[in-house]
Design a protein around this ligand. Structure first.
Ligand code: ATP
Ligand code: MG
Length: 447
């Protein structure tokens, strides 16, 4: 018997308790208590983007499924298992809630012909959706901040986007992140590596898990990206792509390394770093922490030169990265970087209802027009509450001043202004002079 049946026993149908509707698993509400930390992070990443001349792009949350199938690659965890895809029942279109930003940004860049007058530096923020097993740092709706540098071929831009990450950690005060980098070379080099990989894994066929057996023919490089601990030793001994790189790829990788070193960005070359998306070539990188359990990657990215052409655009090189906002906030919490914000407000406005509401609403608006934050008291049941209980609310609101209009003040067109913080003094002020009086108080207070 479910709860609604239990609670409706003996109760007339019209009074039966209406059941609560739960949110979708793995998709979180952001509550006011956590909002200041989010706002701080959002402000910081936007200012970081502007520091490097990156411009905001906002693409829809829904795209045609093709965008991700082609953009991310058919044989990837995201496309095979994690996408929220469905048919629009009104017109039969196959649609997908975006699982990541890059493919959608590239779709928009091609569609809007944004590279016609040269390369573009872009950034985005927003929710992404992946049907994964929810746990700390892994959600079904999560948020990314990402940047894309489109139309640039050189390793200088790879260095630039990694320096952006380093600056972001510094701006946020996050410490202890490790940078791992690798080069995936070009298509021909990967083809040679692929032959060697297939040969190697075929020799160890009995040790492959089901996913890897399937990927052996379709996309053997992906096997290196496995999260199966039983496969780790096998993967560690697999032929490394680095040994197949030709002079141009090596040169690109070496210039990047020297630029990072010159800027004191420490990194480790991880030859097994392949990233979970198909479109990468040359540089790939991840920023890793030991403080979030198995959800250790806080940001990752790299070069994806083939993608624009693969998605139907005119061939152009590109690179970018994306960061998980939830993981960054968890890490900041872990490192004690998030201060609890107490509510604050300039003025809490008390009144006794009826006629006193009229000047209250009018003068509160005047204060707000002058940039003063005002909460006008409102009771939960619409009746006038006692001034004593309103004063308690004023204290809780964190307001610096209370402005009070009761029947007496209404008659004389005045308001009582009370300092709630330091002096506790109160003063009757003519409504006409109220704005100047409050501004004076605030200016003197901040001196
Ligand atoms: P992971 O290996 O942890 O699954 P990923 O390689 O799938 O990560 P990317 O596609 O590179 O992740 O996305 C960039 C960043 O977005 C990740 O480094 C991570 O911080 C964040 N991220 C990815 N998936 C999730 C998720 N389900 N919940 C929260 N954050 C996520
Ligand atoms: Mg993943």
């Amino acid at each position: 018997m479910n709860q609604s049946q239990t609670s409706s026993q003996g109760v007339s149908p019209s009074k039966a308790k209406v059941q609560k509707i739960a949110g979708v698993k793995g998709m979180n509400d952001l509550l006011p208590v956590d909002a200041p930390a989010w706002e701080f992070l959002e402000k910081t990443v936007i200012s970081l983007a502007k520091t490097y001349g990156y411009q905001n792009i906002r693409t829809p949350i829904l795209e045609r499924t093709d965008v991700f199938q082609r953009g991310i690659g058919e044989v990837t965890d995201i496309v095979e298992k994690e996408m929220y895809s469905f048919e629009d029942r009104l017109n039969g279109e196959q649609l997908t809630l975006r699982p990541e930003g890059t493919a959608a940004v590239v779709r928009a860049v091609i569609e809007q012909n944004m590279l016609y007058d040269g390369p573009k530096r872009l950034f985005y923020t927003g929710p992404m959706f992946r049907h994964e097993r929810p746990q700390r740092g892994r959600y079904r709706q999560f948020h990314q901040f990402g940047i894309e540098a489109l139309g640039f071929a050189g390793p200088d831009i790879d260095a630039e986007i990694i320096l952006m990450c380093q600056r972001l950690w510094d701006d946020l005060g996050i410490t202890g992140l490790r940078l791992e980098i690798n080069s995936l070379g070009n298509a021909a080099e990967r083809a040679e590596h692929r032959l060697a990989l297939v040969k190697y894994f075929e020799g160890h066929h009995e040790h492959l898990d089901e996913d890897s057996k399937r990927r052996l023919q379709s996309n053997p490089l992906r096997i290196l990206d496995t999260k199966n601990p039983q496969m780790q030793i096998l993967v560690e001994n697999a032929p490394q792509l680095g040994t197949f790189l030709g002079p141009e790829s090596l040169q690109h990788f070496e210039v990047l390394q020297s630029l990072l070193k010159a800027n004191n960005v420490y990194f480790k070359i991880n030859p097994r770093l392949v990233r979970g998306l198909d479109y990468y070539n040359l540089t790939v990188f991840e920023w890793i922490t030991d403080q979030l359990g198995s959800q250790s990657t806080v940001a990752g990215g790299g070069r994806y030169d083939p993608l624009i052409e693969k998605m139907g655009g005119k061939s152009a090189p590109a690179c970018g990265w994306a960061m998980g906002m939830e993981r960054i906030l968890e890490l900041m919490k872990e490192q004690g970087l998030i201060e609890k914000e107490v509510p604050s407000c300039d003025v809490y406005w008390l009144h006794t209802g009826g006629q006193t509401l009229i000047p209250s609403l009018i003068y509160a608006e005047r204060l707000r027009s002058a940039g003063i934050d005002v909460i006008v008291h409102a009771s939960s049941d619409g009746s006038a509450s006692s001034l004593k209980s309103q004063m308690k609310k004023a204290d809780l609101s964190g307001a610096m001043y209370a402005v009070i209009i009761g029947e007496d003040e209404l008659r004389t067109a005045e308001a009582m202004v009370k300092d709630l913080r330091s002096s506790g003094t109160q003063q009757l002020v003519a409504l006409d002079g109220l704005l100047d009086y409050v501004i004076d108080l605030m200016v003197n207070h901040s001196d």
